[in-house]
Unconditional design. Sequence first.
Length: 401
Amino acid sequence: MSAICITRANIDGAVTDLAVRDGRIIAVGTDAAAALADTPHETFDAAGDLALPTLVDGHVHVDKTSWGGPWISREPMETMLDFMTADADLQVRMRAQSPVADRAGALIRHAVSRGTRAMRAHVDVAPQHGLANLEGVVQAGSELGDAVDLQIVAFPQMGILREPGTAVLLRQAAEAGADFVGGIDPIGIDGDLEAQLDLVFGIARDTGVGIDYHLHDEGEVGARQVIAIAERAQREGMEGRVTLGHVFAYEGAEPATFDRMSRAVRDAGIALVTVALGGEPVLPVYALRDAGVEVALGSDGVRDSWSPFGNAEMIERCHLLAYRLEVFTDADLTHAYDIAAHGGARMMGLDESRLRVGDPADLLIVPGAHSAQVVVDRPVPRAVVKAGSIVARDGRFLLPA
Ligand SMILES: [Zn+2]
């Protein structure tokens, strides 16, 4: 483990020093260097720039990205089925040209260089792919060592009931290293709420993994699924181990429906993840904060068949979230940052990095006066510190020693 003394960092408006050893912050203050007097260490001069917590990408698809490879051209598509078919076809073609581990690794390194400390990666599991994507992302993660905390969801992009063979593969994935079993719109995709929940919760129960759902269904049908999953999570004793992504049922929800869904997910300890992608609904993160619901932020698909956009940069994702929600005040801009930093950490079960003594040394150094300005400016971090090591400088990833 390395030790670092970061000098002249702006922490909440005060310029001070920060000592890091064995992956933790061991001293903060103008005399912090004294804590490393007997320890060989490197010094990083922040020169008055901000020190902020690094960020968590709570929902990303690193397995199907074209990142680092040739440009992908896309044809117009109409239905969800068009998208799903094109997605599977493109993935098979891309895997023939370059391994999943290479593309996933390139994207994760880029994300880390821009300030990501942890990712929850959804990897497609379907008969068209077998476990190839899971194996590729596991390999990419192992090659990156301690530079990022990676959790993997075995994700049935093509549905479970409508794509025979998927349930068996999900179970194999959960036994082969996935941390979560995924699900997708039990009604909208599979057409049978209880049957899909039986399969997903059954795999979780038998293998000990958590559950992370994609829920795109809107309106009352969407709300019914949110509540059914929350009730099932409580019944199965899975409080705190279930995540719901997108949850478009919140879009335009009546106050009574908002309250019913929020109470159900809060009581089940469920975290929600929003992605602020394009024109799709964004979770009402400020109302959810007031309702006591945990929310994290993710970047979703990056330059895959679903979208030509994306870069897995979480500072930019904070910007997009704040922009989409027409945020105005510094406090609300800062909350957009905090959702990605602290909401994501809590969702992934990581210690929050609040730059206090004892916190994980997961932080970045970036120009700006405060996090509200960073959310607007989207600067490239001058340094990214992960588990006590500098893992990136000026946007370049450095493999930790
Ligand atoms: Zn997704």
